[in-house]
Design a protein around this ligand. Sequence first.
Ligand code: GDP
Ligand code: MN
Length: 385
Amino acid sequence: MKIHEYQAKTILGKGGVAVPEGEVATTPEEARAVATRLGRKAVVKAQVHAGGRGKAGGIKVVSTPQEAEDAANALLGTTLVTFQTGPEGAPVNSVLVEEAIEVKRELYLGLVIDGTAQGVVVMASAAGGMEIEEVAENTPELLLRESVDPVLGLLPFQGRKIAFGLDIGPKLVRPLSTMIANLYQVFLDNDCSLLEINPLVVTEDGRILAADAKMDFEDDAFFRHKDLEDLRDTSQEDPLELRARVADVSYVKLDGTVGCLVNGAGLAMATLDVIGESGASPANFLDVGGGANEEKVAEALRIILSDPNVDTVLINIFGGILRGDMIAAGILAAVEGTEHQNRRIVVRMLGTNADEGRKMLQASSLNISLVEDLGNVAEAIRASN
Ligand code: GDP
Ligand code: MN
């Protein structure tokens, strides 16, 4: 689960990480009041669950409370489109008003789970403020990495090594290594999957501050953090992904035209590849899970069909506990007698009660092509397009 910059900064502040002074505002008047309290030059920052706000006009430097009010007025209620939001953008319902900082250097600091190293990796770069993916791609030598042993934890020398690697000067080595240690603790305490400070700023007066903060919580550990539930902002979530979460279906919206409903994440990934090989592109990833029932299958299919980009649906099921007849009943429940009655659906079904399921679908009036193996799936998608 993602949270806003202002929420992440509150958590960081409590964890001993230096952040600029500021407060969130949801109206222009509140923004003015915060700027008045700060009593100095400020920045007004659109709060959306995406980066790239600076380049998209979502961050405004202001000198007076009136300017803060105007900036908030211009941002609140709009939809901000950045390279990370996709063309549909994200609604700006709040702004963070915080003290403007005199930037001397912009650095990058990020903590993520590295599956290969089986633990947290701390990444840092002197090329802050830039897209770190670009740095990794074009100038990998500028990206410093320290893998943290999960048993030993982050060791003091690792923080110092990063500090020296960034060449921030002897005075800031200790503050930076302390900050890295505190970030690591925040990461662990909250079961984060990502904690990114870009830019980490060295100020003209020689301090280091987290000028931006991106925090993402690991969904599978979220049950341990009921208190963090209040930080959820569903206005920032894709409506179909939100609906899928309620239905307990793992769904990721993509931008192609072939909707897919699959059981098992591995089979779902393979199915995306098959769609790609057919020359089409997938509209989503969807794993309905092994323990699904008829209603869950039906809701998953309704979610897929609600995506206006979908022209064909591919259902690829290897039945175990999830039986073929149950799948067929779910499909019929979602489609028969609805506006989706004539939608093109390609079904590949194997395993428990697959024959029963296929018979049920054949007997229906739906526009269904039944296929036997994955090779035919690609053909059937091509034929239906
Ligand atoms: P993002 O574009 O969504 O990642 O938003 P950031 O919070 O990273 O802000 C983008 C850029 O705005 C930063 O890289 C800075 O260059 C600039 N910026 C943000 N806050 C300040 C500030 O207080 N002072 C100055 N001088 N620049 C700032
Ligand atoms: Mn940033």
